[in-house]
Design a protein around this ligand. Structure first.
Ligand SMILES: Cc1cc2nc3c(=O)[nH]c(=O)nc-3n(C[C@H](O)[C@H](O)[C@H](O)COP(=O)(O)O)c2cc1C
Length: 402
């Protein structure tokens, strides 16, 4: 994405360097515009070195806004696929809300047709002032996104709200706000399961598997970015993604209960979790001591989450399943599709240890029409976006009766 990062005059301006670097490392092109006050907190050299792109100053005699000052603001406004103002002062928020264009950043903000995102940072008194809140409400009414500041000890020594949101959360919000939305997924409610389940034997031992939950988390992000309202039921220890309602679970039984509680109110389910097929028959409340002779553990079947939910599917509701197979993967996927009444199964060929924790991966969708073109090999984040795009197109075709 081509991003204009506007940096205004607050102490938190130093954090925008981290944000610029993070976005550039993610492969985005980032051009910074400093306001005059912003340039008192951070230098253009820092920003242009981190991004490898020019950094623009407030006025034609500053930064790189020299070549053709009369049209540069229009060119920048057109170049931008998203404009983010981080940190945003009360001053720039007030100017943009009222259509003022007194320097390069405020002019670009007025001229651009790209999505705009604000990450305000200011003293609590300023943040809570009705004038600032009214200005933000006006910006929201233009379709702009606001990443709300958090609470904490502020640079002025006061404690309260007004602290710039975390840089990682702002980066996620930028991606979310800048990604084109899918027609068939916008506003749809999608339930996603991810991660391993853990079936406890006693307070210290557990039966689990090698899934990390990374793929389901990337799918949650990709559905979120496509415009869906995502609920994630997550096993394992990976951090939950931003902007997704996450419920943590441990066992297959807990995962089923969390899904059943949500199933009636969602449009579709993505079953990406690696659910244990068996659990120990009995749970010992105290740690089991080692015995002398051979030991056996009796296992019983856990509930089949996809099959259970599929059994109560409403017309129009859809289910995507995942399968990890080490042999004859397409045939197994086709059997799973039929047996569990799924709309598609995305199958991983895990021969040679691929898939679990691997960097790049390939998924082959299998539908009632048979195996489709494989998606990948791609890193998990790109793969998740490609899967969502593929499914979005299929839903569109289905809804238009094709
Ligand atoms: C040390 C210092 C810190 C400041 N921090 C903030 C801040 O965090 N948020 C804010 O809205 N204004 C802050 N200000 C005030 C702005 O710098 C001032 O309103 C300026 O005119 C903003 O201009 P700009 O929006 O064009 O960058 C600070 C001022 C100083 C001197």
């Amino acid at each position: 994405m081509q991003i204009i990062l506007g940096i205004t005059g607050g102490i938190a301006a130093y954090k925008s360097a981290d944000l610029a670097r993070l976005l550039a490392n993610q492969g985005h092109r980032v051009r910074c515009i400093l306001t005059e006050a912003g340039a008192r907190f951070i230098t253009p050299l820092t920003l242009s070195s981190l991004t490898g792109e020019p950094c623009y100053g407030a006025n034609p005699d500053q930064g790189e806004w020299r070549a053709n000052p009369s049209i540069e603001h229009i060119e920048l406004a057109r170049w931008a696929e998203l404009v983010a103002v981080v940190p945003a002062t009360a001053n720039i928020i007030g100017k943009a809300a009222n259509g003022l264009a007194s320097d390069l950043l405020s002019t670009v903000l007025l001229a651009t047709r790209a999505p705009v995102l604000w990450a305000p940072a200011m003293n609590t008194g300023m943040w809570e002032h009705p004038a600032v809140q009214a200005n933000l409400a006006r910006l929201r009414s233009f379709g702009h996104a606001v990443v709300e500041p958090g609470e904490g000890v502020l640079a002025c020594g006061e404690e309260g709200s007004g602290k710039l949101a975390e840089v990682a959360a702002i980066a996620e919000a930028i991606l979310l706000h800048g990604t084109p939305k899918s027609r068939s997924l916008t506003g749809r409610r999608v339930l996603i399961t991810s991660g391993p389940t853990r079936e406890d034997l006693d307070p210290v031992r557990t039966l689990t598997n090698r899934s990390t939950g990374a793929m389901g988390i990337e799918l949650a992000r990709a559905f979120r970015d496509a415009g869906a309202q995502v609920q994630l039921v997550l096993g394992g220890d990976l951090p939950a993604p931003w902007g997704v309602e996450t419920t943590r679970v441990r066992s297959a039984q807990e995962m089923l209960a969390a899904c059943e509680a949500r199933w009636g109110a969602v449009d579709g389910l993505v079953g990406a979790a690696a659910v244990a097929d068996q659990r120990p028959e009995a749970y010992a409340a105290e740690k089991v001591k080692k015995g002398d002779g051979p030991e056996t553990m009796v296992l019983v079947r856990t509930p089949d989450i996809l099959a259970t939910l599929s059994g109560t599917k409403r017309p129009g509701q859809w289910i995507l399943g995942f399968a990890a197979e080490s042999e004859d993967h397409l045939a197994h996927a086709a059997a799973k599709l039929q047996k569990k009444g799924l709309d598609a199964v995305l199958v991983n060929d895990i021969q040679g240890g691929r898939a679990f924790g691997a960097q790049a991966n390939t998924l082959t969708p299998v539908t009632a029409q048979g195996p489709q073109a494989p998606i990948g090999p791609l890193p998990k984040d790109d793969l998740a976006r490609a899967v969502v795009q593929w499914w979005g197109h299929r839903l569109e075709a289905r809804e238009s009766g094709l």
